[in-house]
Design a protein around this ligand. Structure first.
Ligand SMILES: *[C@@H]1O[C@H](CO)[C@@H](O)[C@H](O)[C@H]1NC(C)=O
Length: 225
């Protein structure tokens, strides 16, 4: 940089470094965060308020009862018990959460997305057919049959599922890389939105008969009552 004073070069490099650093937004912990113009109609998001450390005790980091089987007497035949910052307040800002997933025989944890977290899944009991699909345009399907002790990873933001193909109940646990992993259940979100999406949109998008769309909307509308 002949001809330029050193301090100017240093300044230009610093400015470049700053613009690189600020090219990223912090990863959101909620679906959206609409800007509020005054503090009176604002809430604190992307984490929660912090408790005064003097008042924190061991119970803020504790949960009891994840050993108890959950009821799978429901349509999909599965039950997800999620421990997020809402159940264990001590998780605030720490970037992890935990789930227990119970499966009846033929039970399915239906295709869904965690918008904020990668998931690492371990089978404790039973035999599960699991998989995830990558984004467009490849839509590659990565799948495995898992037995007790087997571990599988579902990358952040990708559609994935777990299906019990064994003859017994199945049990699995998951670690998730967010205090609030979020969940978008594909069928529920699309066919059970509140209010419903215009059936013409879904008819065209899914290449279905409109009556099938209306049937599906009816099946999933109970989620919103
Ligand atoms: C999951 O299990 C709990 C406890 O057994 C039960 O109260 C809850 O209704 C179950 N959830 C579903 C979706 O079946």
């Amino acid at each position: 940089m002949k001809g330029f004073p050193n301090y100017l070069v240093a300044f230009a490099l610093m400015a470049m470094a700053c613009s690189i650093a600020s090219a990223y937004d912090p990863a959101p912990l909620q679906d959206f965060c609409v800007a509020a113009s005054t503090s009176t109609d604002a809430v604190f998001v992307n984490g929660k308020f912090c408790k005064d450390p003097k008042l924190v005790n061991a119970n803020d980091f504790f949960f009891q009862g994840l050993n108890i089987p959950r009821s799978t007497a429901n349509q999909p035949g599965s039950n997800v018990t999620l421990l997020t910052v809402d159940q264990i307040q001590g998780l605030n800002t720490l970037g992890v959460s935990l789930a227990r997933i119970d499966f009846a025989p033929n039970g399915l944890n239906p295709p869904h997305i965690h918008p904020h977290a990668t998931e690492i899944f371990v089978v404790v009991k039973g035999t599960l057919y699991v998989g995830f699909v990558t984004s467009n345009p490849d839509n590659r399907f990565f799948t495995k049959v898992l037995n007790a002790g087997d571990v599988f990873v579902f990358p952040i933001g990708l559609i994935h599922f777990q299906y019990n193909i064994g003859s017994t109940d199945a049990l699995a646990f998951s670690g998730l890389g967010s205090q609030n992993p979020g969940r978008v259940s594909i069928a529920e979100t699309i066919f059970g939105s509140n209010p419903p999406i215009n059936a013409n949109v879904l008819t065209k998008a899914f290449q279905l008969d409109k009556n099938v769309v209306k049937y599906l909307q009816k099946q999933f509308s109970s989620n919103n009552i």
